[in-house]
Ligand binder design. Structure first.
Ligand SMILES: Nc1ncnc2c1ncn2[C@@H]1O[C@H](COP(=O)(O)OP(=O)(O)OP(=O)(O)O)[C@@H](O)[C@H]1O
Length: 223
């Protein structure tokens, strides 16, 4: 088991987003988290990736108890072993696309030349090699999404979380980016958790977990 959530609850002021969610993800498994807008998908992804500490319940990611790790320890775990593609604001606006992708490696004190080479390769694979010197603030929504995927994959994570990773792309671009995420996960033997409202994206998963009003409404094994 690479990820396990048990009885996770979370509320923002008066809005209850998660009401007792349990979920387990195996190594190499591709899981799609689906459900109507506002049902708690993004909150679940933030909790599972250690970005948000839930108000109740247990979260174990890569054998680490996320509820007891402090912010710095959770950030370190994410940088080393977890890839995260968020919906908004994930890139550093004043850095170029290349610098953004190299950043997780540089923060882990990798050799600068090797980090930039790896970043260049992932930008190429994500279809944004030509944008490497563009400031993140000047990228289109779709370009930024591709750069964010490159940044999530560059460290060779054991698990990748992606929140609507194809949301800003047309269907061809979305399929290409999804194919990249699936291929990178397969190459590495990584698990992939994708939040999506797109049935085409969900159909590529091994399992679909459908949320409704903050709880798991249904699970379906797809392959
Ligand atoms: N930072 C926040 N502050 C207050 N309420 C929030 C915040 N983030 C989410 N919520 C609320 O929590 C509930 C769950 O939101 P969440 O973003 O997890 O749902 P979602 O299924 O990802 O939605 P969507 O598909 O529209 O992105 C919603 O009612 C939302 O309005």
């Amino acid at each position: 088991m690479i990820l396990r959530l048990r009885g996770v609850e979370h509320a923002y002021r008066r809005t209850v987003a998660l009401r007792g969610v349990s979920l387990a993800v195996e190594p190499e498994e591709v899981v799609a988290v689906t459900g109507p807008s506002g049902c708690g998908k993004s909150t679940l992804l933030h909790v599972a990736a250690g970005i948000l500490r839930p108000q109740a319940g247990a979260v174990t990611l890569l054998d680490q108890d996320l509820v007891t790790l402090d912010d710095a320890e959770r950030a370190r775990l994410r940088r080393r072993n977890v890839g995260v593609v968020l919906q908004f604001g994930q890139l550093v606006p004043d850095l170029s696309a290349l610098e953004n992708v190299a950043l997780p490696l540089l923060l882990e004190r990798h050799d600068r030349g090797a980090a930039l080479t790896a970043a260049r390769e992932w930008l190429e694979r994500a279809g944004v090699g030509d944008e490497r010197d563009t400031l993140a603030a000047e990228l289109s929504g779709g370009q930024a999404q591709r750069v964010a995927v490159a940044r999530a994959l560059v460290t060779g994570p054991s698990i990748v979380f992606a929140d609507e990773p194809t949301g800003s792309l047309d269907s061809t671009g979305g399929e290409a980016l999804l194919a990249l995420l699936l291929a990178a996960a397969r190459e590495r033997g990584a698990a992939l958790v994708i939040v999506t409202h797109d049935n085409v994206v969900a159909a590529h998963a091994d399992r679909e977990v459908r949320l409704r009003d903050g709880h798991v409404e249904a699970e379906a094994v797809l392959r």
